[in-house]
Every structure is written in structure tokens, then in C-alpha cells.
Design a protein around this ligand. Sequence first.
Ligand code: FAD
Ligand code: DLZ
Ligand code: SF4
Length: 509
Amino acid sequence: MVLRLILGDQLNINHSWYNKVDDRVTYVLMEVRTETDYVLHHAQKVIGFFAAMRHFAKELRSAGHKVIYIALDDEENEQSFTKNLLKLAQQSKADAIGYQLPDEYRVDLELQALDKLTDLPLQVADTEHFLTTRTTLAEQFAGKKTYLMESFYRRIRKQYGIMMVGDQPLQGQWNFDALNRAKYKGEVPIPNSKILSTNQTALYKLLQANGVKTFGNPSAADFQWPVTRAQALEVLRFFVENQLQYFGTYQDAMLKENEFLFHSRLSFALNIKLISPLEVVNAAIAHWQANQDTIEIQQIEGFVRQIIGWREYMRGIYWAQMPGYAHLNYFGNNRPLPQWYWTGNTKMNCLSFAIKNSLDNAYAHHIQRLMVTGNFALLAGINPTEVDAWYLGIYIDALEWVEITNTRGMSQFADGGIVGTKPYISSAAYINKMGNYCQGCHYNKDEKLGPKACPFNSLYWNFYHQHRHLLGNNARIGMMYKVWDKMPPTEQQKILAKAKEVLDNIEDL
Ligand code: FAD
Ligand code: DLZ
Ligand code: SF4
């Protein structure tokens, strides 16, 4: 008899484990307090994981597999993966314990420690989800100082023959990013991507009754995230048929009136493995191929790059750099996260919108995460550990392997340039270029000084000034130092004083 653990983000029904029904194998899924409590999660995140796990257990049972499901309030629940596993193994007289490689370092350590807690053999399987292994990136860049996403992405395209003609990229170009930077000005209608609604109130009540602390709008009676494979495939179908056509063009756009724009919202379904990266890109490419008269190549390439490029790359960095990565703090930032990150109650329109829609939907798209909430946190010198905890809690798709590399790495540059070649920061100019938050904002996007000046503007120059010793030699930033150096010293002093005033009053912005 083998006891096989399935983690909440391992809901891959196409895994070879399930190829045949075997009476000697029992699968176990468990809702445990170690997972609900390791960070303060958004309510939709816990509901989403539990709902998907419960559906997955049902699906396995109806296929004939033996399944044990330990619910949060089961009396026998020891509230930890290993404690539950060891207890079950003893009760069922198991001969072996099986698990799939966890995606998170924390859980990896916990399961590896089983070795010392039991004499039973441990059978460790791959998740059969990703296109690369934990170590592919580290191997590709062995001996190199930096990891370049573009070369990793090209390697995967070649290896899998994705959008390739022989060893050349389709239409002769690897990357169409330059065409993916338009502001949305109402040129085309935005499809209503609210296509799912399930009732998860019973699950939310379970969390409340058991004292699981969460935040954000639970939206339990009208839950919009896919929690079955069929629902995930429905979201994928909707995306390729209705949003792909403009995905690339408006990938970086931000809009007060619509927080989803042309984004797929597939990250949760992908990260819990209801669907696989390869099937997502194949579906999108097939649709593009059949509709090349209406869908340009930059739309599809932009999408494919996010999934087989960025997503796999971040995972490779995670396994190459953990556990040290979780402690990197290149700028030595230590300011606490402002309280309004938990409420959205700030006069800064961009932050208010991005945070409120995150609280409402457990979602924000990439540029809101990177260039609004992340940008401000970096400019304000917030402690990256607090920034990480916020991102890890608030987004339904947040699992540490992809959260920390995006947050501490790409967004906060706390890794000193492992993920990115320069910090992603901007003044109000970029936020206004890509979106319409500045219209109607309490602050003035064009001012650096004075009571109505946009806080981003003084913080931006202050950032470069403060970190000159760390960034001054970065060729990609040299231009900004030239602009700063040309400003009269009195102007510079005023800007730095304004930045100090902003930071001294950070809770009241
Ligand atoms: P789309 O815009 O439709 O993109 C399609 C898919 O591409 C996504 O579903 C995702 O799987 C993948 N993708 C796109 N960008 C990235 C990226 N930078 N890294 C990895 N995959 C990517 N993504 C997460 O899945 N979990 C996180 O916890 C997470 N935290 C982030 C934190 C910060 C500070 C930033 C800047 C980005 C973060 N991202 C994270 C990446 C990205 O923002 C989300 O994947 C994306 O917004 C999810 O929405 P979507 O499915 O509509 O994406
Ligand atoms: C995120 C999450 C939550 C909130 N709860 C559970 C749970 O109770 N049981 C479970 O198996 N997984 C849960 N997860 C997802 C896990 O955190 C994730 O599967 C592991 O960290 C491995 O990446
Ligand atoms: Fe954000 Fe500044 Fe624009 Fe207001 S003016 S929305 S604070 S960038």
C-alpha cells in the first residue's frame, strides 16, 4: 500500500500517477493550518485552493482512485502535511509514501525531512507540469554572472519547436516587445471577461468558523476563479477567442474603468496545475494560426513569452537562488509598508485603484503590480520582506516560487540585478503614459514640488540620488544621472527636501 500526497497546487489530472487505477495506492489531500497561516492570505486565495482541492478529490474518486480528503475541521486533522502523512501511514500500514516535487522551498524542506521521521521509502515524482526542470536555468548559465531571460526563452522555443521554422523564429524575429506598449484609448471594446460564477459561501463559513484569518473581499457568493479543469479550459477558450487579439498591444496598459483589460487571468489555474503551460500556449498558437488575418504576431508572441519565457525563468531563478534569495536586500530598505496598502485608502489615484482592485479580486495585472504598487514600495524604500508578504498574501496566484522572484527580484531589485538589469521605477510620467489614473487624481502628475506635487516625482529623483553608489555605474541608468546632474543644485535640494516630506508623511499621502 502506497500513500501519495497531493499538494493544493498539484491538481494535474493528466499526471502519470493517475494513468491506471490501483487499489494499492491511496491519494491524500489535506487542508492544513500550516498552509492557511504561513502568511495572511486574501480570502479568495484560501477559498480558491480549498474549492479546487475538493473538486480534484471528487474527480479522482469518480475515476476510481482511492482518495482520503482531510478537511480543515476534521477531528483527526493534525494540521500539518507531515504529521497527517505519518499518522495515516501508520493507520493504513503503508509500505511507502509518495509525493510530487513541491514548488516551494519551505514545503520542499518539510517533505525532505520525512526521511528522518520515518523508515518508509519515499517515492518522489516530478509534477510533469513545467517545460524545464528545477535546474535547467542554473545549468544553462553555469559560470555566468547574470541570467538573461531572452536567451532562456529562445532556448525553450527551440527545444519545443514553439513558433519556429527550423531553428529560426517564425517571421524572422524572436521578440515583438516594442509593439506591446500601447495605452488603451477606447480603440476597441474590452470583452466582459466575467464568465464564471460559483457559490463558495460554505467554504468561507468554514474558514470563519475555524478562525482562519484572511483579508480582502471574499466574493464567496459570486466566486469568479476557475476551480475545476473544465472551468480553467473555459477561461482559456474565452481568452483565445476574445482577448488574445489585443493582448500584446495593451499588455502594459492601465485603466481606471477596467482592471482586467485583455489579460487572461489564467495564472491561478496554471499555478495550481489545472492546466499546463504547453496546452495554454498551444491553444493560443492554434487560434492565432487559424486567424492570422485578424491577429498579429505580436499579440501571440507577447503571450507565449510570458508563459514559456518569464514563468519558467522565474522558477529557474528560484531554485538556483533559494534559500538565500529570501533575505536579499540590495538597498538595505527597512521602512514599514504603509497601512494603506491594506485598505487602498490613499489620495494617490493609481495606488488607490490598484490596491482596491487587488482587495476586491485578489488580482492585479502585471503593470499594476510592477509599476504602481511595486514602484512606490521601491521608491519609498519599503522593507522587501514586508513587500513580499503583501504580494504573497493578496494575489490568488501567489506561490512563493513565482511571487518572490517577481517581487524581491524584478520589482524591488533587492537581488541587485539577478532578475533584472536595472530597477523598474518611474515618475508619474510613465504611469500617465500607460494609463488614465492621473486624470482626477488629488496630485498633479506634472509637479515635483508644492503641496499637490505627485509623490512619485520627488521620490524618483531621491531614489537615484540615494543609491548613486550602487547604481551610478549601471550603463542602463547613466542617462538619468546626466539629467539629475544638469539640474541646478538649489532645485536638487528642493526635490530631496520634498521627498523627505513625502516619506515623513507616508501614511497620509
Ligand atoms: P497575463 O497577463 O494574461 O499573462 C499570461 C500568463 O503569463 C500569466 O497567467 C502568467 O502565468 C504568465 N506570466 C506573465 N508574466 C509573468 C511573470 N513576470 N512571471 C511569471 N509568470 C508570468 N505571477 C504569478 O503567477 N504569481 C505571483 O505571485 C506573481 N507575483 C508578482 C509580483 C509582482 C511584483 C509582479 C511585478 C508580478 C507578479 N507576477 C506573479 C507576474 C504577473 O504579474 C502575473 O502572472 C499576471 O499578472 C497574472 O495575470 P494573468 O493570468 O491575467 O496574466
Ligand atoms: C495556498 C494553500 C493554502 C491556503 N492551503 C493549502 C492547504 O490547506 N493544503 C494544501 O495542500 N495546499 C494549500 N495551499 C497551497 C500550498 O501552499 C502549496 O501547495 C505548497 O506551498 C507547495 O507549493
Ligand atoms: Fe499616481 Fe501621481 Fe498620477 Fe496621482 S498623479 S495617479 S499619484 S502617478
